[in-house]
Structures are given as structure tokens and as C-alpha cells.
Design a protein around this ligand. Structure first.
Ligand code: ZN
Length: 259
């Protein structure tokens, strides 16, 4: 089977080394790629915890400065986000070596393998980030408290979206989210709806300066913000679009956010 390497460097400038189509739901391939990249870029590869027989890996730059936080793979049926993050990282090893990053490539390896939103317990992890005693989000909260990130990018996909959109929480740079969406629009259009997920949207951006009421649980981005991260962007691509375009949109989004 041919790999997913781009036919045209212009059209698909980001790609993951040796990724084959049948491996897009293989957390083992994803995490071994990250471990190899971490060694090359001088990042520390650490195990947050072990759950359901699987390690929850994260990567961390040495140093004490406030990190940039990057995460994907919370929902296992949103795999292009995880490969987009890896594709961006493979193109930006020098950046990874020189900056300070905290990266969670896949918090839900069971769901990633099974193509399910929920984790090995049948739970939606992204409604549990307020729980200090949860075996996953408890250790995560302790880690974030030690050194709150300056910027958080949480990468997701949405099966019924009509294009790419962003939840922005906090936000010191009012134009950051729109710049990032403009970059991703070179591969996938921006969601035109004025209401997304029951919330008011403008040009694909759902902006919040306060924590939304009526949440059924606390998502990662909100917990990051509560724990001191000034700006979080949650990026969503339409999961019914083509895989390669979704990967490119995520990588473009990250590249612009960190430019
Ligand atoms: Zn998601």
C-alpha cells in the first residue's frame, strides 16, 4: 500500500514519515514515532500514568520556562488531529529543540485503536478535567499546576461540522484565532455557521472570556485556562473531510499559532 507522503510538496507540505493508511488508528505507531522524534529533538519522553494496560505518554522540553501545551488524541475517533500534530512536529524539530513544550500526543490510546470517542472505561475524557481523583486527569492536573502553559492548543475533530472552527478561551491576541483559521483554510474551509454547538460563532470562532455556564463536565481547554494558561485554542476539523486535508489543516493551524 502506498504511504501517505504527499504527491505534491506544495499541496501537502506536512506529512508523517512512513505512515501507511492502515496505521491511522495505530497508537503504537503514533507513540513510537513520537519517542523517536523526542530523542532527535532533545525532548524528554515520560509516562504520566498507565491505564487499561497502556501508557499515557507525554513529551517535555527541559527547562523551567512556561511551556506551550499541545494535545491531541483525547477522542479516539478524531485521528487526523494526532497525525497533524506529529506532522507539524516532524517539520519543526529545531523549533522543538529550542523552545519549551509540553505535548500530549494521545491521551486515549484505547479509543484511538477502536475508533471511539470514549476511553477504555467508556468515558468521555474531555468532560473529566476537573476531577482531581481521576486516574488520568488527576495526574494531568498536578503536572499542569507545576508549570502552567502560556498557550494551549487542543486539537480535535467534529463529525457534523461544515468546516474548521475554533473555541477561543481567554486570548490576549485578538487576531490569533482568525490568523490560524486563515492558515488552515488553505486546506479546508472555515465553518460558516453563526451558531456552532449551540454557541454564537463569528467567522468560525467561538470566543469566550469567561467559563461557559451549563457545562456537563470540564474540558481540557477550560481546565488549562482555570489552572493559569492565558489563552487556549481548541481547533476542530470536519472528520468527514479527506484524511490528508485534515492532517494538513491541523499542521497549518499549529504552525500559524506558533509563528
Ligand atoms: Zn474531540
Amino acid at each position: 500500500m502506498p504511504g501517505l507522503a504527499p504527491r505534491s510538496q506544495d499541496r501537502h507540505p506536512f506529512h508523517v514519515t512512513n505512515l501507511q493508511l492502515h496505521q491511522t488508528h495505530d497508537p503504537g505507531f503514533l507513540l513510537s514515532s513520537w519517542e523517536r522524534l523526542a530523542r532527535a529533538a532533545g525532548l524528554r519522553s515520560k509516562v504520566l500514568t498507565r491505564l487499561g494496560g497502556e501508557k499515557i505518554l507525554f513529551l517535555e522540553s527541559p527547562g523551567t520556562a512556561s511551556p506551550v501545551y499541545l494535545s491531541s488524541g483525547i477522542h479516539g475517533d478524531e485521528v487526523a488531529a494526532a497525525w497533524g500534530l506529529l506532522a507539524w512536529a516532524e517539520e519543526n524539530q529545531k523549533r522543538l529543540s529550542q523552545g519549551r513544550f509540553l505535548i500530549f500526543p494521545c491521551m486515549n490510546p484505547h479509543g484511538f485503536r477502536q475508533n471511539t470517542r470514549t476511553d477504555y472505561r467508556g468515558l468521555d475524557i474531555n468532560r473529566r478535567f476537573h476531577l482531581a481523583r481521576d486516574p488520568l486527569t488527576g495526574p494531568w492536573r498536578r503536572l499542569i499546576r507545576q508549570s502552567p502553559p502560556s498557550l494551549g492548543l487542543c486539537l480535535h475533530e467534529d463529525y457534523d461540522s461544515q468546516g474548521c472552527y475554533v473555541y477561543e478561551l481567554g486570548g490576549q491576541d485578538a487576531r490569533l484565532a482568525s490568523r490560524c483559521l486563515a492558515a488552515s483554510a488553505s486546506h479546508l474551509p472555515t465553518d460558516p455557521r453563526k451558531q456552532i454547538d449551540g454557541r454564537r460563532a463569528r467567522h468560525g470562532i467561538i470566543h469566550r472570556k469567561t467559563i461557559p455556564q451549563n457545562l456537563t463536565g470540564i474540558p481540557e481547554a477550560v481546565a488549562l485556562w482555570q489552572l493559569g494558561c492565558a489563552t487556549t485554542l481548541t481547533f476542530e476539523t470536519p472528520s468527514e473531510a479527506g484524511f490528508q486535508e485534515r492532517v494538513q489543516a491541523h499542521a497549518r493551524f499549529i504552525a500559524e499559532a506558533l509563528s
